[in-house]
Ligand binder design. Structure first.
Ligand code: MG
Length: 320
C-alpha cells in the first residue's frame, strides 16, 4: 500500500465533519474559514515510540491520547478545538495498527468536534506528531503569564492517577482489582478539560494544562508571571483509587511529579472566587484550591500542616 492509498483509506474522513472546512485532506493544503472576531490558537505535540509510549501499546489508545494531549493544550488556552493535522512516521504499513490508530483519532476528534484536515506520512522509526488549531474570542486566550500575587491556585479533577496507571501497566505497582480499570483508563484514555477551559476565559488570571506533573509544570507559570507559589500538599486532590493504592508520600509524589494527568492548573484573584464556584458548578468537574501565588519570584514552597514539606522531585520518565 502506497502513501496515497494509505491516506485515502485511513485518514481522509476522520473526526467531525465541520462546515468551516472548505478543503480538507487530499490537497496541497487545507482551506479553512476562520470565524470573525476570533484569534487562532495553534499547538503541536509529538509522541515518539520508546520515549512517550511503547511500540506495542494499543494503537487505539495512542490515537486517543495523541488527540487528547493536543486538545488539552487548547483547553488550557481557553480555546474551542476545531482542526487537526497529523504527521505520521511509520516503520512499516501495518493495516491492523493503522485501522485501530485511525479509529482512536476519529472517535476522539469527533467527541471534541474536531476535523482532521491534513498531514503527512513518512517511513522511519514510529513517531506521531499532531497539530491542533482552535478558536478563542479575540483577546480572550488564557496564558501562563497572568498570575498575580495573592491569586488562589486551583487544579481540576484528581492528580497522580495517570502515573499510577503507567506503573500498573508496567507491573511496577499493585492496584486492587476494583480500582484497576479506573486507574488504567486515566493513563490510557485521558480527558481534556475543554468546556472548563472556555469557562475560565473571563475568570482565571493564568492557566496551563498538567502534562509533566504539577511540580515542574507550575514553574512555567512562576517564571512567565514573575511570581512564586505556596502549595499545601494535603490539599492535592487524590482519587480514592490512588489513596487506596499508595502510602501518603508515594501518593503526594505521584500527584506532584507523575505527569500525564491533563488536568488544568489555573489561578484566580480573590474577587473572582465566588463567580468561579457558580460558573463552574454545571461542568461536573471538581476543582480544588491547593495554594496561593506569592511574591517570591520563581520559588515554589510546599507545605504540609503549616510545616515545610521537603520533597525531592523526580521528573516523569517512561523508562526511568
Ligand atoms: Mg501544555
Amino acid at each position: 500500500m502506497g502513501e496515497f492509498e494509505l491516506i485515502a483509506k485511513y485518514f481522509s474522513a476522520v473526526g467531525a465533519k465541520r462546515s468551516d472546512v472548505i478543503t480538507g485532506v487530499g490537497d496541497d493544503g487545507a482551506v479553512i474559514q476562520v470565524r470573525d472576531g476570533h484569534d487562532l490558537v495553534v499547538t503541536t505535540d509529538t509522541m515518539v515510540s520508546g520515549t512517550h509510549f511503547f511500540a506495542n501499546d494499543d494503537p487505539r489508545a495512542l490515537g486517543h491520547k495523541l488527540v487528547t494531549v493536543n486538545i488539552s493544550d487548547l483547553a488550557a488556552m481557553g480555546a474551542e478545538p476545531a482542526w487537526l493535522s497529523l504527521a505520521l512516521t511509520l516503520p512499516e504499513v501495518n493495516e491492523h495498527w493503522l485501522s485501530q490508530f485511525s479509529a482512536g483519532i476519529n472517535e476522539t476528534a469527533e467527541y471534541y468536534n474536531c476535523q482532521l484536515v491534513g498531514g503527512d506520512t513518512t517511513r522511519g522509526p514510529l513517531s506521531l506528531t499532531m497539530t491542533a488549531k482552535g478558536l478563542v474570542p479575540r483577546g480572550k486566550a488564557l496564558s501562563r503569564s497572568g498570575a498575580k500575587v495573592g491569586d488562589y491556585i486551583y487544579v481540576t479533577g484528581t492528580l497522580g492517577d495517570a502515573a499510577l496507571g503507567l506503573k500498573l501497566q508496567q507491573g511496577l505497582h499493585q492496584v486492587s482489582k476494583k480500582h484497576q480499570t479506573h486507574i488504567l483508563q486515566r493513563f490510557q484514555y485521558p480527558s481534556a478539560r475543554v468546556a472548563l477551559g472556555q469557562a475560565l476565559r473571563n475568570i482565571a488570571n493564568s492557566a496551563m494544562d498538567l502534562s509533566d506533573g504539577l511540580y515542574g509544570d507550575i514553574q512555567h507559570i512562576l517564571h512567565r508571571s514573575a511570581v512564586g507559589a505556596s502549595i499545601d500538599v494535603q490539599k492535592l486532590p487524590l482519587s480514592q483509587a490512588l489513596k487506596d493504592s499508595c502510602d501518603n508520600n508515594t501518593a503526594y509524589g505521584l500527584a506532584l511529579s507523575g505527569g500525564e494527568d491533563y488536568e488544568l492548573l489555573f489561578t484566580v484573584s480573590e474577587n473572582k472566587r465566588g463567580s468561579l464556584d457558580v460558573l463552574l458548578s454545571p461542568y461536573g468537574v471538581a476543582i480544588t484550591c491547593i495554594g496561593r501565588i506569592t511574591g517570591a519570584i520563581g520559588k515554589l514552597e510546599l507545605k504540609k500542616s503549616e510545616q515545610t514539606f521537603s520533597y525531592q522531585p523526580q521528573g516523569f520518565k517512561h523508562f526511568a
